[in-house]
Design a protein around this ligand. Structure first.
Ligand code: FAD
Length: 403
């Protein structure tokens, strides 16, 4: 296959910084285009870790992500969907634990390929890394943190080793792809060499994950404690909890609330009273012990929205995924949109085969408005999920009560 390159005939080297879902996918696409890829990841190899330290345990994979996986022509979409749980609608839990299902589409619009699918973030990332490892054009470099970047020279300053024995070296590549997440080092370097417009906002809400374990009967058979084919939502107008199913029959719940509300819960007694009052059915399913243990142990995550432009510098580098457009998670599209970035970047590299800088100009021009739109939709969908999913009668009553 042809590559957008500077000198025809010579395979070019590209550094992909960040081996999260977007970076790992980008490495595969670039390798398939004929580039020699070095994939730098600050963390150790997640496939060898006991516990995955990603940003959420599971997430919703939707059409954008599925198509991008399919684009590798490695059956990754099929493999990932085999381990995914389709969520055909949302299940709204009211104050008294009553549940009402709202289908995603009432005329059969939703199908296996257009559902949102609950997938294990760690397993998805591992599958991508396995595929990358098998490709002869890709070198995986775990424990390699990029600490500095000199775009004009295509140079990366990389730190390896542990606190006791740290080493730093500089390495050059023809092209750099920054897929290093919301706090991107590559974006910081891009800011210094372009007239980048940049906007960042933390929302007042934070999140913490909790677990509803599988039910286990006397014979040891496991089953789901709630309907697994729904995204469960406990809307509370100014905050909410959601739950996505896992293939081990558990659910991962994510509680989204303003930070002050989290901070105000200081004791187990306060926590239990809060859950009994606000999420009585979830409280029963999580159980007092697990709730108290996980709530005070699990980290509180912040939610950031980032927009910027341009995404590239000459024919030297480009940023994709959260590095380019971090969004709040309420539309379930952050990773999906990042994977779509990879497909579009490939399309531009193929369209402008003789000029990498034209391909990157076209990429920023084409991608920016869509990325901004999805960041805005994600922000809007928080209001939809925590307040508008209620029935009109419920909303009217709350409005009268002034809640
Ligand atoms: P990351 O996943 O952040 O990966 C970046 C990688 O770069 C990391 O491995 C990091 O270690 C590495 N790195 C960072 N700095 C360096 C460096 N200097 N040198 C080398 N390596 C570096 N999205 C969805 O599509 N659907 C969902 O349902 C969904 N749910 C979410 C729920 C929550 C609670 C949150 C917080 C996010 C959710 N998202 C969801 C968004 C999704 O997590 C992100 O959009 C996605 O992880 C972005 O992938 P990425 O590869 O761009 O960045």
């Amino acid at each position: 296959m042809a590559i957008a390159k500077k000198e025809a005939g010579t395979p070019q080297s590209v550094a992909v910084v960040g081996a999260g879902p977007v970076g790992a996918l980008a490495a595969l696409y670039m390798a398939q285009l004929g580039w020699r890829v070095s994939l730098y990841e600050a963390r150790s190899d997640i496939r060898k870790e006991q516990v995955y330290h990603g940003r959420s345990i599971n997430l919703a994979l939707s059409t954008r992500g599925i198509l991008a996986l399919r684009g590798t022509k490695l059956n990754l979409d099929e493999e990932v969907l085999r381990e995914a749980i389709p969520m055909r609608g949302r299940m709204i839990h009211d104050q008294h634990g009553r549940q009402s299902s709202q289908a995603y589409g009432v005329h059969g619009e939703a199908s296996r390929w257009t559902y949102i699918n609950s997938v294990d973030r760690g397993k998805l990332n591992c599958r991508l890394l396995d595929a990358a490892e098998k490709h002869p054009n890709i070198k995986l470099k775990f424990g390699h943190k990029v600490v500095h970047c000199q775009p004009d020279l295509g140079a990366l300053v990389v730190e390896t080793g542990t606190d006791d024995a740290r080493e730093t070296f500089t390495i050059s590549h023809d092209f750099i792809i920054g897929a290093d997440g919301a706090f991107s080092t590559i974006r910081r370097a891009l800011m210094r060499c372009t007239r980048m417009d940049y906007q960042q906002a933390y929302i007042p809400h934070c999140y913490r994950e909790l677990t509803i374990q599988a039910r286990v009967d006397a014979e040891g058979n496991r089953s789901f404690a709630m309907d697994p084919y729904h995204l469960h939502i406990w809307p509370k107008m100014s905050y909410m909890m959601i739950a996505l199913p896992n293939t081990d029959q558990s659910f991962t719940c994510t509680l989204f609330m303003p930070q002050e509300k989290f901070d105000a819960i200081r004791s187990q007694q306060q926590l239990v009273e809060f859950f009994q009052q606000e999420f009585p059915d979830a409280y029963e399913l999580i159980g007092r012990e697990s709730l108290c243990e996980e709530y005070f142990r699990n980290p509180l995550g912040s939610l950031i929205s980032i927009k910027c432009k341009p995404y590239h510098y000459q024919d030297k580098m480009v940023i994709i995924g959260d590095a380019a457009h971090s969004m709040v998670p309420f539309y379930g599209q952050g990773m999906n949109a990042g994977m779509e970035d990879v497909m579009i970047l490939q399309e531009m590299l193929l369209r402008y085969q003789n000029s990498l800088s034209d391909a990157l100009d076209a990429y920023t021009a084409l991608r920016h408005d869509d990325a901004v739109a999805i960041c805005d939709l994600a922000m809007y969908n928080y209001v939809e999920m925590r307040a508008h999913v209620h029935s009109p009668v419920y909303r009217a009553r709350k409005a009268i009560e002034g809640v």
